[in-house]
Design a protein around this ligand. Structure first.
Ligand code: ZN
Length: 161
């Protein structure tokens, strides 16, 4: 197996630190995603998206080849990290005609929009996902994790307080 280097820029390292995650953990996530092909690939931008359920959050890591267009890839650079606290519970339905630019690496099929039940502090709320129609693996996009899901998390935390 070719050893791939994973580059974690300083601003990403800072963003990870705020979530209590080390750069090494982030690199490990990328290695695991590559090994198991447990990732989505954006065939338009060449970016990859992997996720991992941690103790308190689900972490998403977006990464791309450090030198686009060269094969084989010898280094990836982390482009973005984001997370949500809500737990992914179950896929409610998919919208097969709403296909996305992201492909499931394992199945080599294009993802579609899914609707997923997320749970947090005992409350369930639905959110849109990128879902593989074959393995049903689902990913939440950054704009959804950053806005509607984050707002829901805050409301539930307030209710509990
Ligand atoms: Zn799949």
């Amino acid at each position: 197996m070719v050893m791939i280097d994973v580059l974690v820029p300083k601003e990403i390292e800072n963003a990870l630190a705020q979530k209590g995650i080390s750069a090494d953990m982030c690199k490990k996530l990328v290695y695991e995603a590559e090994e198991k092909k447990a990732k989505l690939i954006n065939k338009v931008t060449g970016e990859n998206l992997a996720k991992k359920i941690m103790d308190n959050i689900t972490l998403y890591v977006m990464y791309a080849p450090a030198a686009p267009g060269t094969h084989p890839v010898t280094a990836y650079v982390i482009k973005k990290v984001y997370s949500h606290k809500m737990r992914m519970k179950n896929l409610v339905y998919t919208v097969p005609e709403e296909v996305k630019d992201w492909w499931c690496a394992k199945d080599d099929v294009q993802t579609v929009r899914g609707q997923f039940d997320l749970e947090y502090m005992g409350i369930v709320r639905m959110a849109p996902t990128l879902t593989c129609p074959k393995c049903q693996e689902s990913y939440i996009e950054e704009d959804i994790a950053a806005k509607p899901v984050a707002v829901a998390e805050m409301l539930f935390e307030k209710k509990r307080a």
